[in-house]
Design a protein around this ligand. Structure first.
Ligand code: PMP
Length: 409
């Protein structure tokens, strides 16, 4: 029996995708850091929009358009509440975390960073929180500095502090690492960046499904996340930004909906958040994301965090019991992500073999090649757990790994 603080079996019934069979076996889905399954409530919200509520938003006086606009803006309010932002105008819809980070690099970086200014990231960033800053540094002649992590996969905070200087203009850091599971001390990082007068962006792509986030208490300037990693639709994400900063920033993309007036001589931009939402948005995605926020709130992030902690402890012990298995990422503060390597079995081979047992794990560099370099491995296998996973599923993974080991003996 799984000891839980909520009824996992009942919650699993909310996710139709958990019911599929792979190679004739019940699916064990352990790839939640790549994307999460959607509860029926989210699927229904998206379907309902397309079945009976299809309309563009913000532009129509007809009833359907007004209803779609209301649903769209209600979602924005739900997201504001979910991450505890002060105002709905601070919630900008993007395609995902990637676009949110690119928006800040392009708009804020383009307008306010200059030759010789410094940007600090960490060694454990996802490529989407590395490459936009590299491109910005190349175009503005800024300097990119990288704060290292130790062999447990923990940020070496003192080394981060040493990188801060009067020239630090921006810090961009991941809250929860997708390949290591490390939960970074972002509050300390934010406060330290602010003491130097730098702005700070938090990559929350792996955070919002695991931990309750309060952007006001954190006092971060920007916070990015993707809908599909928090049980919402893909193709929709969020950039939170402080109103006073967003107001000062130039638009990122230009076109319909982001203007106040246009003549051939001059265009005036409209107000937040629309200034950053050019063109027809992903209306169904936004509505679906609102439903995901409702769903996660109903389960309760504190319950989720507690249960995932229990799963993580169980999974860590179970995997560690496998002879030769090396866990990659053993930070004291971790979310439920288990990366590992095995001697003599390439992660891709392992991924293929466990797939035959109906088990979905991710193998590869997880868009964090510098992390792989740190540990001297080309790739890892990664099991990423969420609240609909069970200890029984972890047992199945262990069994499948042992079987793969036998094959490769
Ligand atoms: N940051 C982290 C930590 C991630 O895990 C991911 C997705 N793997 C991203 C950013 C980018 O998210 P998306 O691809 O949804 O834009």
């Amino acid at each position: 029996m799984t000891k839980t603080i909520f009824n996992v079996k009942k919650l699993r019934a909310d996710f139709p995708n958990l019911g599929v069979r792979i190679h004739g076996k019940p699916l064990v889905y352990l790839d939640n850091a790549a994307t999460t399954f959607k509860p029926q409530a989210v699927i229904d919200a998206v379907t309902e929009h397309y079945a009976s509520g299809t309309s563009n938003v913000h532009r129509g006086v007809h009833t359907l358009s007004q209803q779609a606009t209301n649903a769209f803006e209600r979602s924005r309010d739900k997201i504001r509440d979910f991450i505890r932002a002060e105002k709905s105008c601070e919630i900008i819809f993007t395609r995902g975390a990637t676009e949110a980070i690119n928006l800040v690099a392009d708009s804020y970086g383009g307008a306010f960073l200059n030759k010789g200014d410094e940007i600090i990231i960490s060694e454990m960033e996802h490529h989407s929180n590395i490459v936009p800053w590299q491109i910005l540094c190349a175009s503005k002649e800024c300097v990119l500095k990288v704060a290292p992590f130790n062999d447990q996969g923990e940020l070496i905070y003192e080394e981060f502090e040493k990188l801060l200087s009067p020239r630090t203009k921006l810090v961009a850091m991941v809250y929860v690492s997708n390949s290591l599971g490390t939960v970074n001390p972002v509050k300390d990082v934010i406060d330290a960046a602010h003491k130097k007068g730098a702005v700070i962006l938090i990559d929350g792509a792996q955070t919002v499904s695991h931990l309750a986030v309060d952007v006001k208490a954190l006092d971060c300037d920007f916070f990015a996340f993707s809908g599909h990693k928090v049980f919402g639709p893909s193709g929709i994400g969020v950039l939170y930004g402080k109103e006073k900063l967003l107001n000062r920033m130039p638009p990122y993309q230009c076109g319909g909906d982001m203007i106040a007036s246009v003549t051939f001589e001059k265009t005036a931009y409209t107000v937040l958040p629309y200034k950053f939402e050019a063109g027809t948005p992903n209306v169904a995605g936004v509505i679906g994301l609102g439903a995901a926020m409702d769903y996660v709130r109903s389960v309760g992030l504190d319950n989720i965090a507690e249960y995932e902690h229990e799963l993580l402890a169980y999974g860590t012990k179970a995997l560690s019991s496998i002879d030769g298995l090396r866990l990659i990422g053993t930070a004291e503060h971790k979310a439920s992500i288990l990366s590992f390597v095995l001697p003599n079995i390439h992660p891709h081979d392992l991924g293929t073999l466990v797939d035959e047992e109906g088990i979905a794990i991710r193998t590869g560099h997880h868009c964090t090649q510098p992390v792989m370099k740190h540990f001297g491995v080309p790739a890892t296998s990664r099991a990423s757990l969420t609240f609909y996973n069970t200890k029984e599923e972890i047992d199945k993974l262990v069994k499948a790994i042992l079987k793969a080991k036998e094959i490769f003996k």
